[in-house]
Ligand binder design. Structure first.
Ligand SMILES: Nc1ncnc2c1ncn2[C@@H]1O[C@H](COP(=O)(O)OP(=O)(O)OP(=O)(O)O)[C@@H](O)[C@H]1O
Ligand SMILES: [Mg+2]
Length: 183
């Protein structure tokens, strides 16, 4: 979905390169995405989709090139750049012995921006986990964990949401019901 506007891009990738074990995995990619746009990466297994998303969220570093989030370089200004990014990269990781709500409270405490208390219940509602909020994550199904991951990604009112395989295990009815909350 593309909206034409003259604002600075929310995401700008400039000449990004990544080698893993001497093999070129990402070969000089560059693109930009405007606020409000929704894009999907399409490519065969091993094409480098997750590697690119891991670089955008600074879980791994590029060999060269840079990434700008809302104009901030993740190399030189990483805290500001990442402060408004919500993400799920592959499987979201949670403390299994804590409840859904306790996990989100912990995430909120660790966040670079202040998360108001009511936001926790708000994101749990968005992903339809309000009734299970006090259950330990170890009792959750795959789809429930994935939905908690989406709640976690939405916690800080992100300007940029990065979702790698967010629909793993999530039934289509729930996706249809709640997708409107993403934008
Ligand atoms: N930690 C790693 N060690 C070695 N090779 C890796 C590592 N991470 C990724 N690769 C390699 O980098 C390439 C890109 O992997 P990546 O996970 O980005 O692919 P993908 O497009 O996300 O694939 P999929 O559709 O299966 O999720 C693959 O050839 C993969 O084997
Ligand atoms: Mg992948």
């Amino acid at each position: 979905m593309t909206q034409a506007n003259n604002e600075k891009p929310i995401l700008e990738i400039k000449n990004l390169n990544k080698k893993i074990d001497g093999q070129t995995v990402i070969d000089n990619i560059h693109f930009s995405i405007q606020k409000g746009d929704i894009y999907g990466f399409v490519g065969s297994n091993g094409a480098g989709k997750t590697t690119t998303l891991r670089m955008i969220t600074r879980l791994i570093f590029a060999n060269s090139g840079d990434i700008f989030i809302d104009g901030h370089s993740i190399k030189n200004d990483s805290i500001l750049a990442l402060s408004r990014v919500g993400s799920i990269i592959e499987n979201p990781a949670f403390y299994l012995h804590l409840t859904a709500k306790q996990n989100l409270i912990l995430s909120a405490k660790l966040a670079a921006v202040k998360v108001p208390k009511p936001r926790i219940n708000e994101v749990l509602s968005i992903v339809d986990l309000k009734e299970a909020k006090d259950s330990k994550v170890k009792t959750f199904s795959l789809g429930m964990k994935q939905r908690l991951g989406i709640a976690n990604a939405l916690l800080c009112y992100p300007s940029l949401i990065i979702l790698d395989e967010p629909t793993n295990g999530v039934d289509p009815c729930r996706l249809r019901m709640n997708i409107r909350h993403f934008y």
